[in-house]
Design a protein around this ligand. Structure first.
Ligand code: BG6
Length: 500
């Protein structure tokens, strides 16, 4: 357990959804688990003029909603006493000065300061500038760190502009660019599976691997985020950061040690060696679609009739859109290990199931006993079930030589294991000063460099976007990106999930 200095966490956007659902409950759980330092305060910053008591009552409501089975009263008392509120109305020119005066009371607020910016992306750089203006980023006596929520820019140019604006006031070591996928324990497990076992590394290359699929499927639609989503789309929302980071962990070389710098250096190298998608042949390398009305399986297991994306937009006054809710692309990595191996990255809303997985198909075995013989698959499943599955051909007992596919299924979580939300580990890392699960600017830039040209080409193409029925599997037409005819989407981690 790393030691955390006494500190104050300053939470901008504290009344927003992320804070209600993830951050406050996450901080409470960290506190209850004894992971927060004794001297640690939380200052929530919001636009509304709310008293400390009213804010504390609001926090109680957040915890009651999250922890239906209740919580320990002593834990609650300790946690609630850490919590304070500061109103920062955008109309008040002295708002940051007042915040600085409030934070100056060291008997309440330890002077190491971690800022969590859970605000609109357009507010990131003005907040940093104003914090700097009142001396709240000055590290001459205490550390000062700023966590920036996703997205870091909406394309390469805006990411670089944001970087230029904030580095006027912050050193790289003070900046924590979040990708919450890196806080998932199943994602951290990719590196351990690869490098803490002897059996995988020798076959982790183009000699044995036919292709890799990195998939994020959701049954959810865009919900009430129509405005945001329609200017973002699936590629930018999921692939640009979460899925390319997943790919980097699957494909990077072994870091020389587990220090943040060594891991980041390997991820950066890998991301920079992905070949740009050839725009002259975009249609064989990337595919987009939108969900139409259909029926999905809701969280409680029941079927639910849902509207199509365009209908949802129309309700909110948006009359036309070519924004994708399904995106798939084929990427190649230009290095000796991966030369020639396609990495298919896909993400979609309103699919038949919600699942995030890395599925690796191996090449044909040297001995083909029958036409039914399948190629081996190795699946690292990220969510909802964290598991590793290996599909192996095996003889059907009997007089004849025939094979069938059997699965070795290894759950990566035991019933007794702690279940930690990704934001909990990331909040802890922020306070510990450990940036290994945060993104370096070079990673962000490399990711935008890959995605930008596709996003721009798709935005410029106003022809009707392919529709898929909500609750269905991948649109058949998406198969146009496969490199060879015997490749197809793995649509489930269950045995037989390689057949439609
Ligand atoms: C967010 C996206 O970054 O990640 C959402 O904006 C998406 O659209 C979410 O639903 C998925 O995260 P998770 O942890 O639920 O897989």
């Amino acid at each position: 357990m790393k030691k955390i200095d006494p500190c104050t966490l300053v939470l901008f956007g504290a009344s927003g959804n992320l804070s209600r659902v993830k951050l406050m409950p996450g901080l409470f759980r960290l506190d209850a688990a004894g992971r927060l330092p004794e001297h640690m305060a939380i200052l929530s910053v919001g636009r509304g003029d709310v008293s400390r008591e009213a804010w504390q009552a609001d926090i109680k409501a957040m915890l009651d909603t999250k922890f239906k089975k209740g919580y320990d009263q002593k834990d609650f008392e300790r946690f609630i006493n850490r919590n304070h509120y500061h109103a920062n109305p955008p109309t008040d020119p002295d708002a940051f000065k007042k915040m600085q005066e409030k934070l100056a009371d060291a008997s309440i607020f330890p002077q190491n300061l971690a800022y969590f910016l859970s605000v609109r992306p357009t507010d990131f750089s003005p907040i940093v500038e104003q914090l700097s203006g009142v001396g709240l980023l000055d590290e001459s006596q205490y550390w000062r760190r700023v966590l920036i929520e996703k997205p870091f820019g909406t394309d390469l140019e805006s990411a670089q502009a944001l970087q230029a604006a904030i580095t006027k006031h912050l050193k790289e070591s003070q900046i924590y660019r979040i990708d919450h996928y890196l806080g998932k324990s199943a994602l951290q497990n990719i590196m351990l599976t690869r490098f803490a076992n002897t059996m995988f590394e020798p076959i982790w290359n183009n000699q044995y691997i036919d292709h890799v699929q990195i998939t994020n499927n959701e049954t959810l639609g865009v919900g009430d985020r129509t405005q945001f989503y329609d200017t973002t789309g699936a590629l930018r929302d999921m692939a640009q950061s979460h899925l390319l980071q997943t790919l980097a962990l699957v494909a990077m070389e072994k870091p020389k040690d587990l220090s943040p710098d060594s891991i980041r250096a390997e991820k950066i190298k890998l991301l920079q060696s992905i070949e740009p998608i050839p725009l002259t042949d975009l249609k064989h390398n990337a595919f987009r679609a939108q969900y139409a009305a259909g029926r999905v399986c809701a969280a409680d297991g029941h079927g639910e009739n849902v509207q199509g994306y365009l209908e949802e937009l129309a309700k909110d006054g948006i009359t036309a859109s070519v924004t994708e809710t399904y995106a798939a692309m084929k990427l190649f990595i230009n290095n000796p290990r991966w030369k020639g191996v396609p990495f298919y990255v896909r993400t979609a809303k309103r699919m038949h199931e919600g699942n995030t997985a890395i599925s690796i198909r191996f090449k044909k075995a040297p001995m083909q006993l029958s036409a039914e013989q399948h190629q081996n698959w190795l699946i690292l499943n990220i969510q909802p079930h964290e598991c590793l599955k290996m599909e192996v051909e095996s003889k059907i007992p009997g007089l004849d030589i025939a094979t069938r596919t059997m699965a070795i299924d290894m759950p990566q979580r035991l019933a007794s294991d702690e279940s930690i939300d990704s934001y909990e580990s990331l909040l802890l890392n922020l306070m510990e000063g450990d940036p290994s699960l945060y993104l370096h600017i070079s990673e962000v830039e490399a990711q935008w460099r890959l995605i930008d040209p596709i996003v721009k080409a798709w935005a410029a193409d106003l022809s009707t976007v392919h529709q898929y029925v909500a609750g269905s599997h991948d649109p058949k037409e998406s198969g146009v990106i496969f490199e060879s005819e015997d490749q197809f989407w793995r649509y489930s981690i269950e045995l037989g999930g390689d057949k439609h």
